[in-house]
Design a protein around this ligand. Structure first.
Ligand SMILES: NC(=O)c1ccc[n+]([C@@H]2O[C@H](COP(=O)([O-])OP(=O)(O)OC[C@H]3O[C@@H](n4cnc5c(N)ncnc54)[C@H](OP(=O)(O)O)[C@@H]3O)[C@@H](O)[C@H]2O)c1
Length: 300
């Protein structure tokens, strides 16, 4: 008690408490603004350094589905989840890539792997129903990673692959999630859906207006479902910057000097985003991508 009284006396003797009311208000407002700016940054650095999500504890074990998992970021997600002990279903386009990934995962980790060859470049709901039927016997789906996506850089009026961009970036994650959500709601554990968006969906972009708009759709879908499906299903949005994959290789003109400095590997993005998945709804790929997005926001 004595200690508390001494402490209060010390606080009262600070200069701020000796000054008039206007000075006190200015001081309090300054402190409030400082905290408002600094605290989110300190907490995101602390989360990055200290937090490591335990997916098995949060979502139980079972199956993880990764779309576009034969290559690039999807392959990295599939391997990370297999490392954690999840059985994996990879859905993708090229059978050779799917088989290679399956073999690698089976060699390295003691889990089951199923592959499904499916071309997401379709708006036919019937095709999606058939895809859903092919996994209808898999009940315990703990995780869905909506990773498949494509990117083309063309002036708006010259875009040749408008329907492909809409099908692969929008229809794939929408139809598949609608089906998987029903299964997840029947589990007695929490489940996880990750939507892989992009930093291109976070602000307007000239030169790839359609691609960036499809990623903005993903962002809004993920943010809306995060509210609608909570607390039964955790929905997360990942918006990475440039990743060293074949997709980036095909769109080199997208890379200005600044972006080149911030390219990450698919493994870095998969590992760093999964580490934060139990506590952050919106995850910016890696700390490097976080820095890039911060600099871009400052510039705009
Ligand atoms: N790379 C980047 O800089 C970057 C940045 C931000 C966000 N992202 C996002 O990250 C995700 C993964 O991209 P990535 O860079 O890993 O691309 P990637 O290396 O080209 O891999 C894409 C995967 O999706 C599959 N795929 C593509 N079109 C398909 C279709 N029509 N039907 C079925 N599967 C199809 C590919 O299959 P195949 O085996 O046939 O190739 C491949 O396995 C995408 O959503 C992308 O928008 C990428």
């Amino acid at each position: 008690m004595q200690g508390i009284l001494q402490y209060l006396d010390k606080v009262k003797s600070l200069r701020i408490f000796q000054s008039g009311i206007p000075q006190k208000l200015v001081w309090l407002y300054g402190t409030y603004r400082f905290m408002q700016i600094i605290l989110p940054k300190v907490s995101s650095v602390a989360i990055h350094l200290l937090w490591n999500s335990n997916l098995q504890r949060q979502y139980g074990n079972g199956w993880a589905i990764v779309t576009g998992g034969g290559n690039g970021l999807g392959k990295a997600y599939a391997k990370e989840l297999a490392k954690m002990g999840y059985n994996i279903i990879i859905i993708g386009r090229t059978l050779e890539n799917l088989n290679q990934t399956k073999l690698q995962i089976e060699r390295e980790f003691n889990v089951q792997v199923k592959i499904i060859q499916f071309n997401f470049d379709t708006s036919d709901e019937g095709e999606y129903r058939k895809l859903n039927e092919s996994i209808s016997n898999v009940d315990d789906i703990a995780i869905l990673i909506n990773n498949v996506g494509t990117f083309e850089m063309h002036p708006f009026e010259q875009e040749q692959k408008t329907s492909t961009l809409i099908n692969v970036n929008i229809n794939a994650c929408t139809y598949l999630s609608q089906f998987i959500v029903q299964k997840m709601k029947r589990r007695n554990k929490k489940s996880l859906i990750v939507f892989v968006g992009s930093e291109t969906g976070e602000r307007p972009h000239s030169g790839f207006a359609i691609q960036s708009s499809t990623k903005a759709y993903i962002g809004n879908l993920a943010r809306s479902l995060a509210i609608e499906l909570s607390p039964k299903i955790d929905v997360r949005l990942v918006t990475p910057g440039p990743i060293a994959t074949s997709l980036l290789e095909q769109n080199k003109q997208y890379l200005n000097f600044k972006k080149k400095l911030f390219i990450c590997t698919p493994v870095e993005v998969a590992q760093q985003s999964l580490r934060k998945v139990t506590i952050q709804t919106h995850i910016i790929g890696t700390w490097k991508h976080g820095l890039l997005q911060y600099l871009q926001n400052k510039q705009n």
